[in-house]
Design a protein around this ligand. Structure first.
Ligand code: 13P
Ligand code: SF4
Length: 304
């Protein structure tokens, strides 16, 4: 149970007055997750943004996630508590670079990971998240070449799982690439019987020795349903808060404490309050870009 401090009381009062919901990604600080109305992975938070009756969404995540919410729910006010919370992977490809890549492969269908800018999504045919990348690729006719951007790790994993040859880009997540196969092996020696559960943004050498590869919510589901009692978690360490909270009888150890995304940690309870007070920082997308980007997001949501 959460202690109702003065800060929490102020947030709750304003949340009601502004008809706002606070959503938080699974990597947010524990105190931010505990304040949120909803905690989830990228796909779940996008779906919540589409369905909520709230007028205002305080998006505790990184910029591309808030931007996606703004595309899906253009009539709502989307706020991000810290405007510097960006995702380095999303900045690893620009719309111009994608246009040049498309010119080299004019017949290819473009599948873009949600960790990308609205301008890049607007140049894409399909959007995907880590929970549905394989499903999206499998929905594309076999004879069609596919460009998969920007994450080379998720792209490589999706290529293996779907049996398709994908044209990849060299983007990657600096946080997940800090996790090494030797970290998982060292933890397995200390915790024999523990399951290694990792995110597809990890290096191939890590994916190859994992017991389970899944999105953040897939990791939560697997750990809840598994009969195992110990888990080695190969993703951003913020997820361990929710894992422990939802599974009191089980033990969770980080594969590497270096997997700490500095951008995800920029949002704090104080900044949530200031965000609601000042109605800042607003995340908007120009109508033309939003319309084009929505086509790729809609195709993803239709697939599931
Ligand atoms: P999920 O979609 O699995 O929540 O991942 C988002 C992300 O940024 C992973 O680094
Ligand atoms: Fe981006 Fe990696 Fe942070 Fe996710 S964990 S937001 S992919 S930098």
């Amino acid at each position: 149970m959460m202690v109702e401090t003065d800060l929490i009381r102020k947030i709750n009062k304003l949340r009601k007055e502004r008809k706002a919901v606070i959503v938080a990604h699974n990597y947010q600080r524990p105190e931010v997750q505990d304040i949120a109305d909803y905690v989830g992975d990228s796909l779940e938070l996008a779906q919540i943004s589409a369905k909520t009756e709230a007028r205002v969404i305080v998006f505790c995540g990184v910029h591309f996630m808030a931007e996606t919410a703004s595309i899906i729910a253009p009539d709502k006010t989307i706020l991000i508590p810290d405007e510097n919370a960006g995702c380095p992977m999303a900045n690893m490809i620009t719309a111009k670079q994608l246009r040049e890549l498309k010119a080299k492969h004019p017949d290819a269908v473009v599948v873009t990971y949600v960790n990308s800018s609205a301008a890049v999504k607007a140049e894409s045919d399909y959007c995907c998240t880590s929970s549905n990348a394989v499903k999206v690729v499998n929905a594309i006719p076999k004879e069609k070449p596919i460009i998969f951007i920007p994450d080379q790790s998720l792209g490589g994993y999706t290529a293996v799982q779907s049996g398709r040859k994908l044209i990849l880009w060299s983007g990657y997540c600096p946080t997940h690439h800090r996790i090494m196969a030797k970290d998982i092996k060292a933890q397995k020696e200390k915790h024999p019987g523990a399951k290694g559960v990792v995110h597809p943004e990890c290096l191939e050498e890590v994916l190859n020795i994992a017991d389970k590869v899944a999105s953040t919510s897939g990791i939560l589901k697997y750990c809840k349903e598994s009969g195992a009692k110990e888990f080695i978690i190969g993703t951003e360490i913020g997820i361990i808060h929710r894992l422990k909270k939802e599974n009191p009888g089980k033990a969770f150890v980080a594969a590497s404490n270096l997997a700490d995304c500095p951008n995800m940690k920029l949002n704090t309870p104080e900044k949530i309050l200031w965000s609601l007070e000042d109605m800042a920082y607003r995340v908007t997308v120009s109508p033309d870009t939003a319309k084009k980007a929505m086509n790729s997001i809609r195709r993803m949501l239709e697939i599931g």
